[in-house]
Design a binder for this molecule. Structure first.
Ligand code: CS2
Ligand code: MG
Length: 455
């Protein structure tokens, strides 16, 4: 064996095992990195430590929570996104009070170990608040690793598998012709895939549209107060009668070329969901999204028996294990976890690998209420996995870009990242201070009789 071996030598192995035995951070010491060829051998990178974890809560247009992890190398830091719409301060507190103290002094290069430590090591695992906090940390660590390597994160994930991430945008309106116009505008902008939502007659304020009439008017509930959730009205009957007619109209007017999607937003019960999926078959949707509440995964078996409409599910999942039955039983075609709510890139790689084995594709959640670092993470994963499907995206307003610069770019129907090292996003802490947090909630929904309905 030559003097320069690959991987840790015996001396370093002993250091490693004793550190693990003591329950401390994994520190491999001065590992000599072997390699062929002439000339001096690189001795590896110098040891790195996390020195500070800053949590930045800001409202440039809407509330965002950013995590900035600083390291012992001057100027080297990473930025992650830990935004959970309507529960921002719970995540910020989890990060500041519970998670930051666990990270100081740790090696930021050990991303998998930190993910395991924060996920299983807390005993109380999963849940949206905790997994959003873990995602914020995870993204910042991948950002650091990329910057240290001088590579964009997608290179660290295995390199490009495609020229860009096929993207979809949203089109909505108060009636069919308004939706049709909105799809036209999206296609003119370059989109090949468009999600279509329409206001349901008598239920203006439906998810995905912008009407004003609220169910308090119908149910006699307390009207909305400033900073409290708005209430929308939902009835399955009118919804089920309207949506197939919308897609019949769109196919008639727009032809078959444009890919159309629809989001049911977990509103339906199993037999209604099966009926909708079945009745939409003639219009060949790209996918029908989130038919059922996340608690009711077993009911996807019923839907599958009744329809060949491609199904997507998962934006409310919080871990790999939430995805398992739907993927391994091939009950869905697209898994659409939110990288920001399942623990970041580390978790997404596991979900994607499991999905690959069962011919399920990715469609990661990409709404406006997660920040640019998560949108960037989406694209780094999208363009490096083999089983990418489609990517939801938004155009951030200038005020958001002032505080959180960088992020993916849309061109000719695809999203892409450039070759900036790391994730390619940042946070301007001075600008963030100008926009103080404002309490805000997602809307809720009720039936005509006043009872709670899934929004
Ligand atoms: C959605 C989101 O983008 C989607 O598909 O379902 O609009 C979702 O309602 C929000 O992200 C909730 O925070
Ligand atoms: Mg959705």
């Amino acid at each position: 064996m030559s003097k320069h071996t690959n991987g840790p030598g015996r001396r370093n192995f002993l250091k490693l095992t004793s550190a693990v035995a003591l329950g401390g951070p994994l520190v491999a010491g001065e590992t000599e990195m072997g390699g062929g060829g002439a000339g001096p051998r690189p001795r590896g990178l110098s040891p790195l430590k996390i020195t500070d974890v800053r949590v930045i809560v800001t409202c440039p247009g809407r509330n965002y929570v950013l995590v900035k992890i600083l390291t012992s190398e001057p100027g080297l830091y990473g930025v992650g996104d830990a935004t959970l719409n309507g529960r921002e301060l719970a995540v910020a507190t989890a990060l500041e009070k519970h998670i930051a103290p666990l990270l100081i002094g740790r090696d930021p290069e050990q991303i998998e170990d930190i993910y395991q430590y924060l996920y299983r090591g807390s005993y109380w695992r999963s849940g949206p608040v905790q997994m959003t906090a873990v995602a914020g940390v995870d993204l910042a660590l991948w950002d650091i690793k990329g910057k240290r390597a001088g590579m964009p994160v997608y290179q660290l994930l295995g390199g490009r598998t495609r020229i860009g991430a096929l993207a979809y945008t949203h089109a909505s309106g108060n009636d069919f012709s308004e939706v049709e116009d909105a799809v036209h505008r999206a296609v003119a902008r370059g989109f090949k895939c468009v999600r279509a939502q329409v206001a349901i007659p008598g239920m203006e304020g439906t998810y995905g549209t912008s009407g004003k009439q609220r169910s308090e008017e119908h149910a006699g509930r307390v009207a909305q107060q400033a900073g409290l959730p708005e209430t929308e009205l939902f009835e399955p009957g009118p919804y089920l009668r309207t949506v197939p007619k919308l897609f019949e109209h769109l196919r008639l007017k727009l032809g078959d070329e444009v890919e159309l999607l629809h989001d049911t937003h977990e509103k339906l019960g199993p037999i209604d969901a099966a009926r909708l999926a079945h009745e939409l078959e003639p219009y060949h949707l790209f996918f029908l999204e989130d038919l059922l509440r996340p608690e009711h995964k077993e009911s996807f078996r019923l839907i599958r028996q009744h329809s060949t409409t491609p199904l997507a599910m998962g934006e409310l999942f919080n871990s790999l294990w939430d995805c398992v039955p739907l993927i391994t039983e091939q009950l869905i075609d697209y898994i659409r976890c939110d990288l920001g709510h399942i623990g970041g890139i580390t978790a997404a790689r596991k979900v994607a690998a499991l999905a690959e084995a069962f011919q399920v594709k990715s469609a990661w959640h990409g709404p406006a209420d997660i920040g640019p670092p998560t949108h960037a993470a989406n694209i780094h994963v999208d363009i490096s996995i083999p089983n990418f499907g489609v990517q939801e995206m938004v155009f951030f307003p200038d005020v958001t870009r002032e505080v959180i610069p960088g992020g993916p770019v849309f061109k000719d129907g695809y999203m892409n990242v450039d070759d900036a090292p790391g994730l390619g996003t940042d946070v301007n802490e001075e600008a963030a201070k100008k926009y103080a947090y404002q309490r805000a909630y997602l809307p809720t929904a009720r039936r005509k009789d006043g009872s709670v309905q899934d929004w």
